[in-house]
Design a binder for this molecule. Structure first.
Ligand code: N7H
Length: 489
């Protein structure tokens, strides 16, 4: 165990997806089990380490992309990235049994599925979530590869397969699932499948990011995201020293029922004077999410979309739900249950209880998967093709990050209750209950009738698996996890 105060953040040491995000148009996730020849796997891992993309490399890649765009050259620059992370069962398989001090990580997501509210069945007191089979067996690790196009990523995938001899009798990894995610095409680029601009609000990290624009949430301490850094809820020096600068990665395989979601909006438009039914439906969508499809936040644009605001990174995150500062029990601008308000209540908790949400911030990455809606799906208003979000979040403590957001905020009808609004309801996008399906409702969707309950006939986001991983620092990968073959002198 190290007790020294950690040195400043070195972007060379941290995997690139965590603080900066691997640039991508497409991303392939390879979920794997390690073969019984653990020592061969760990020795081959030494060949993978030089291919792992650091944060420093991502910063360079982002500059290259910016220069390319500025010079108005055609096409995209060929850029790829690779990161790796291990589950507790993977670390244990490799003999790394140090206590990383995170109960959720140690138990794994399968053991957490029921508490997360995922749908499933119970037989002989054992809960069996409605997950794809791959996630019902141990997944030891995940390698994810990003790039500007499928051909670029395929080249990288082949390198990985060669290193671990995939396909040969002595392969050291066995692929349990491969998922390809793609950024949506053309003007939907950056928008998730329901149509909303995503990836706007991630915490700005002290010691790494420059100061956020005025009015945006304050920076968080690096330890909210990175283990062993100031702000880590586990005191600095108490986790194994090799966990420094790593982060827990929560992966969720989330399917989205887009035609069904659209049909609900169509059938329940917010009715305000001057709004057409179509505008009323768009407004309802914004009230469920807390932002318009353009990304403009309701707290700043409560009645009408403002695409220029949505696209302006200097303004689109500069709000704290303090616009109604005289009456913070009002949800005329943004419902308390709206997805972005539930998952980051900003100043709400401070106003209500003097509590800070900094420790509950997560960095979200991930990408969309599945095709665009077909004409048939639009016509029949029924999903025929699997599509959704490969959700990835980083945090130093799962119980403060992803687990907390899902269980204690999104799934709780009483969060955040205030005078006059004792049950804001579930998060309409991700809130779920496997014990009481009638809980799926919210109040506040109609600004003129804030106590009116809106019932949701079904879930539109359906979890089909996932796992908790640990994304180690590059020095930890090289010096602790990978095992060089030592040749006697
Ligand atoms: Fe959410 N969506 O399209 O509705 N999310 N999310 N999310 N989410 C956000 O601000 C969405 C999911 C958070 O700081 C935006 O970047 C969908 C999970 C957090 O203001 C949109 C799915 C969890 C934020 C969506 C999904 C979260 C956030 C606005 C699943 C955690 C930042 C864009 C398919 C348990 C809040 C933005 C803030 C924002 C959507 C999943 C959390 C549009 C479709 C599972 C913390």
């Amino acid at each position: 165990m190290s007790t020294a105060t950690p040195s400043p953040i070195d972007p060379q040491n941290i995997q690139g997806d965590i603080l900066s995000g691997l640039p991508k148009k497409t991303e392939t996730y390879i979920f794997f089990q390690i073969s019984d020849d653990v020592s061969a796997f760990r020795s081959q891992l030494t060949h993978l380490v030089p291919l792992v993309t650091s944060t420093a490399q991502v910063l360079k890649d982002r500059d290259t992309i910016a220069n390319h765009k500025q010079s108005k050259k055609p096409g995209l620059v060929e850029i790829s990235g690779l990161n790796i992370a291990f589950s507790q069962s993977g670390l244990t398989k490799m003999g790394l049994t140090d206590d990383v001090q995170d109960a959720g990580f140690k138990a794994g997501m399968l053991a957490d599925a029921q508490a997360l509210g995922d749908a499933g069945t119970t037989a002989n007191s054992k809960f069996d979530p409605n997950w794809v089979p791959a996630f019902k067996n141990p997944v030891h690790g995940i390698i994810f590869l990003s790039g500007d196009c499928h051909a670029t990523v395929s080249k990288r995938v082949r390198q990985v397969e060669q290193i671990f001899k995939v396909g040969a009798h002595d392969a050291t990894i066995h692929e349990v699932l491969r998922i390809v995610g793609d950024v949506r095409p053309d003007k939907e680029s950056g928008h998730e499948h329901f149509g909303f601009l995503d990836g706007i609000s991630n915490p700005s990290v002290q010691g790494f990011d420059s100061a956020p624009p005025p009015g945006a949430p304050d920076q968080v301490q690096p330890g909210v995201i990175l283990l062993g850094r100031d702000g880590d809820s586990v005191p600095v020096g108490s986790r194994p020293s090799w966990t420094l600068d790593g982060s827990f990665l929560a992966f969720r395989y989330l399917f989205q029922l887009v035609p069904e979601f659209n049909e609900f909006l169509e059938k329940n438009p917010v009715q305000l004077p001057g709004l057409t039914p179509k505008e009323g439906s768009e407004f309802l969508g914004a009230r469920l999410v807390g932002r318009w499809k353009s990304g403009a936040p309701l707290d700043l644009a409560p009645l009408k979309d403002d695409p220029a605001l949505g696209a302006d990174s200097q303004r689109n995150n500069s709000f704290n739900y303090t616009a109604d500062s005289t009456d913070f029990t009002s949800q005329t601008r943004c419902p308390f249950a709206a997805h972005v308000r539930k998952t980051n209540p900003r100043n709400d908790l401070k106003q209500a209880f003097g509590a800070d949400v900094a420790k509950n911030r997560i960095i979200r990455r991930g990408v969309q998967f599945g095709p665009e809606l077909t004409e048939l799906e639009k016509k029949e208003k029924k999903t025929q093709n699997g599509r959704g979000l490969l959700f990835v979040s980083y945090q130093s403590t799962l119980a403060n990050g992803f687990q907390f957001l899902q269980k204690s905020w999104a799934n709780q009808e009483t969060f955040l209750s205030r005078a006059g609004v004792t049950k804001p309801g579930l998060d309409p996008i991700i809130g779920q209950s496997n014990t009481d399906p009638t809980l799926r409702e919210m109040v506040g969707s109609d600004p003129n009738n804030p106590t009116n309950e809106l019932k949701f006939p079904q879930e539109w986001v359906v979890p089909r698996g996932g796992e908790y991983f640990f994304s180690p620092s590059i020095p930890a990968l090289r010096d602790t996890i990978a095992e060089a073959v030592h040749i006697a002198a």
